[in-house]
Design a protein around this ligand. Structure first.
Ligand code: AMP
Length: 286
C-alpha cells in the first residue's frame, strides 16, 4: 500500500475506471495485488488483504456477488451483502482501491463466452455444483482483465477453486502470480465463512465437527491406516453429528486426482456437508 494511503479507498465502479487506475499505478512503477471477494468481509478475507499489502505496493479488493457461480437452487439472492461495513473494514486496512462492478457491465446483453475447465475442476464440488467453477473461472478472468494486478491472492478455504484458478492462468497465459493463503479459523476450528451467518446456535455448536473429523482422518492416514476405511468412518461420524455429507475425499494436493499411493504423494483432505440449510466446505493438508 502507498505510504500516504487515503482514509477511504478509491472506488472503481466500472471496468474502465479500474483499467485507468491500473494504468496510473503501473506508470508510476507501483506493483499491485488483487484480492477478489464477494463481500460480507470477515477476518479470513482481511487476512488476505493484509498479506496483499505485504506483497505489493498497492492493494485492490474486488467486491462482486457473481450470479453465474450460484446454482438455480442456491443462495444468490439471500447471500449476505454489507457494502458499508465492507468499505469501513477496507478503509481501516488502508486498501487503495475497491473494484465494484455492476452485474450489467460484467454480463452485458448477449453474454455468451465462458471458460471451459477440466483437470482440478472435475469432481468434488463440481459433482454437487456442476456450473460453479465455470462461473468462478470466467468471473475471475474478467476481474483480472479489469484490474490487471501483478499478484492475485486466494484462500485455501476454497482449495479446489485455488487450483482451478492456478490452472486457468497457466493455461490461458494470464500474466499474474496466484498466491494461496491458509484458512483462517474460529478458535474452535470452524473455518470462517460468510455463510456461517446462516447457522443457528445449535448448528454453530456442531459445525466444528467438520474440521475435527478431517483432522481425525489425517491422523489415521499418517498412522498408516487404510484411507478408504478412515474416510468411511469420517462420513459416518459427520452423519451421526447431523450433517448431510456431500463428500469427504483424500486427493493429490497438487492436481486433486485420486490418490494412487498415499506414502508418495502430497495429500489434501476435502469435505463438503450441509448442516440444516447451510452448506459448509473445508479442507486440510495431510
Ligand atoms: P468469497 O468472498 O467467499 O468468494 O471469498 C473470497 C476469498 O476469500 C476467496 O479466495 C476465499 O478462499 C477467501 N476466504 C474465504 N474464507 C476464508 C477463510 N476462512 N480463510 C482464508 N481465506 C478465506
Amino acid at each position: 500500500m502507498t505510504l500516504n494511503a487515503p482514509a477511504s479507498p478509491r472506488i472503481d465502479p466500472t471496468v474502465d475506471r479500474a483499467r485507468l487506475r491500473s494504468f496510473e499505478w503501473r506508470s508510476k512503477g507501483l506493483t499491485s495485488a488483487l484480492v477478489p471477494t464477494m463481500g460480507a468481509l470477515h477476518e479470513g478475507h482481511l487476512a488476505l488483504v493484509r498479506a496483499a499489502a505485504k506483497r505489493a505496493d498497492t492493494v485492490v479488493v474486488s467486491i462482486f456477488v457473481n450470479p453465474t457461480q450460484f446454482g438455480p437452487a442456491e443462495d444468490f439472492s439471500s447471500y449476505p451483502r454489507d457494502h458499508a461495513g465492507d468499505l469501513a473494514k477496507l478503509a481501516e486496512l488502508g486498501v487503495d482501491a475497491v473494484f465494484m462492478p455492476s452485474t450489467e457491465e460484467m454480463y452485458p446483453e448477449g453474454f455468451a463466452t465462458t471458460v471451459s475447465l477440466e483437470g482440478p475442476a472435475l469432481g468434488l464440488e463440481a459433482d454437487f455444483r456442476p456450473t460453479h467453477f465455470q462461473g468462478v473461472a470466467t468471473v475471475v478472468a474478467k476481474l483480472l482483465l479489469a484490474t490487471q494486478p501483478d499478484i492475485a491472492i486466494f484462500g485455501e478455504k476454497d482449495y479446489q477453486q485455488l487450483l482451478v484458478i492456478r490452472r486457468m492462468v497457466t493455461d490461458l497465459g494470464i500474466p499474474v502470480a496466484i498466491e494461496g493463503l491458509p484458512t483462517v479459523r474460529e478458535p474452535d476450528g470452524l473455518a470462517l465463512s460468510s455463510r456461517n451467518a446462516y447457522l443457528s446456535e445449535a448448528e454453530r455448536a456442531t459445525a466444528p465437527l467438520l474440521q475435527a473429523t478431517l483432522r481425525a482422518v489425517a491422523g489415521a492416514v499418517l498412522a498408516g491406516d487404510d484411507p478408504a476405511t478412515a474416510l468411511a468412518t469420517a462420513r459416518d461420524t459427520l452423519a451421526a453429528g447431523g450433517f448431510a455429507v456431500d463428500y469427504v475425499e483424500l486427493r493429490n494436493a497438487d492436481t486433486l486426482a485420486p490418490v494412487a499411493d498415499p506414502a508418495c504423494e502430497p495429500l489434501r483432505l476435502l469435505a463438503a456437508a450441509t448442516l440444516g440449510r447451510t452448506r459448509l466446505i473445508d479442507n486440510i493438508a495431510v
